[in-house]
Write a protein that binds this ligand. Structure first.
Ligand code: NAP
Length: 424
């Protein structure tokens, strides 16, 4: 158990848990990783916005005691390591943290710092809300109809890292074993990957998605899979997902048969519809009938694809927030990379990290501060004061710097208007 390589602030308290329920003090200590490349630019902007919203919402009664921790290039430069043990320890100790993007080291044995963080901290759900903010340029005609929260399983599937390169002794041995023992007809010159999907991994993910739907008054949870082809992994994901809904949420969950046979196609007050869709059809559904979906639970690979496809509909990764959440620890993060060519230019869009901060505030139960930011981002975009990436797609935009976008959001924080979303 390593000590954090940086000291956490002395003013501030730890977030705790009682019977699995989060308890947030008025001045919680929250570790942050600035991130590499554009990380410092967007973090500075996001931090100002988060602090201003908390100050405005609670008039000094609450505040965040930020504590810097290091990963990526900054950690490598400071400590000679890409991911010091103290960093993961601090995130685990303080339960909630936020980070900018990290460079993926080339060589050196670490595949991706983000994947490593998820694995070490067992952050098994990648949560990506995709909700349109009025005025954001979108490639689709009715972007406001998409308002989904994606729960992507984060630890299993073909991402488990079980692979053997073509031509290695291991690959040959596996091929020989399968062909001789199970009469498969794998070509001798194949590379091999393994796709594990377990009852445990599936059920904790689907359980989290259903709980989220209950807590946020969402009425539909859709299991997305390719079970028609991969019956014992993706098909099993669907079956085990339905099983959780029946065994643990039987009082509130109904399936599509019950919806039509008993409730005439209308989800009754207080109930949640659990249905499922084949993955390829789901990519059509989010384009053709987006308003029929709310919470979506998927295995890792499908989730990776669908979350980027949905993010594209609401304005791209620059506007899409994300979080990786386990049973106790939650790590909020921007969804794009480090965009190194823009590093230090005060130019890029801090929207993804700011909206990830909004998710974090919601996770803390600080909804008033979260709403303030969400509204102010909407108002700023409706004023067409945007960074270059959105500006180049909008008529008559005033292109502002990263820091100016943050200042505009802070200026627009008022308690007298609501978010400009499709819900209005
Ligand atoms: P990237 O950093 O996401 O950048 C690709 C392009 O996306 C940029 O050139 C820019 O497009 C646009 N972009 C990204 N963030 C933006 C922002 N905040 N505002 C406006 N535009 C933005 O992808 P990459 O170049 O493939 O990856 C660079 C590094 O980041 C790699 O080391 C990669 O491994 C890492 N990465 C980290 C994470 C993470 O930490 N979560 C995620 C993905 C990648 P234009 O050039 O068109 O303006």
């Amino acid at each position: 158990m390593g000590e954090p390589k940086v000291a956490m602030p002395e003013t501030g308290e730890r977030i705790t848990f009682v019977n699995g329920e989060i308890r947030v003090p008025h001045h919680p200590i929250i570790p942050f990783i600035e991130g590499d490349g554009i990380g410092p630019d967007i973090w500075r902007a996001a931090r100002r916005v988060l602090d201003a919203a908390v100050e405005k919402a609670y008039e000094g009664g609450r505040s965040i005691a930020w504590g810097e921790i290091f990963a990526g290039e900054s950690a490598k430069n400071k400590f000679g390591e890409w991911l010091p043990e103290g960093t993961t320890q601090a995130i685990s100790d303080f339960s909630v943290a936020i980070k900018g993007p990290l460079t993926t080291p080339i060589g050196g044995g670490i595949r991706s710092l983000n994947v490593t963080l998820r694995q070490i901290l067992d952050l098994y759900a990648c949560v990506r809300p995709c909700r349109y903010i009025q005025g954001v340029p979108s490639p689709v005609k009715e972007a406001h109809k998409l308002n989904v929260v994606i729960f992507r399983e984060n630890t299993e599937d073909v991402y488990a890292g079980i692979e053997w390169k073509q031509g290695t002794a291991e690959a040959k041995e596996i091929i020989h074993f399968l062909n001789s023992r199970f009469s498969t007809r794998l070509r001798e010159d194949s590379g091999i990957g393994v796709k594990p999907i377990s009852i445990f991994g599936t059920q904790r993910l689907v359980r989290k998605a259903i709980r989220y739907a209950l807590d946020h008054r969402r009425t539909r949870v859709t299991l997305v899979h390719k079970g028609n082809i991969m019956k014992f992994t993706e098909g099993a994901f669907r079956d085990w997902g339905y099983q959780v809904s029946r065994d643990e949420f039987g009082e509130v969950c109904i399936n599509e048969d019950e919806l039509w046979q008993t409730y005439d196609g209308k989800i009754p007050e207080g109930k949640i519809l659990i249905n499922d869709r084949i993955a390829d059809s789901m990519f059509q559904q989010v384009l053709l009938r987006p308003d029929e979906y709310e919470v979506i639970a998927l295995p890792n690979l499908n989730g990776d694809y669908l979350s980027d496809a949905c993010a594209a509909q609401i304005g791209g990764l620059g506007m899409a927030p994300g979080a990786n959440i386990g049973d106790r620890v939650a790590l909020f993060e921007s969804t794009h990379g480090t965009a190194p060519k823009y590093a230090g230019q005060d130019k890029v869009n801090p929207g993804s990290l700011i909206l990830s901060g909004v998710l974090m505030l919601e996770h803390l139960g600080w909804q008033e501060a979260a709403d303030l930011i969400y509204s102010a981002v909407g108002k700023t975009i409706s004023q067409k004061r945007v960074t270059y990436d959105l500006g180049r797609q909008m008529e008559g935009a005033t292109v502002v710097k990263t820091s100016e976008f943050a200042s505009a959001i802070i200026e627009n924080m008022t308690t007298d208007h609501r978010p400009q979303t499709a819900d209005q």
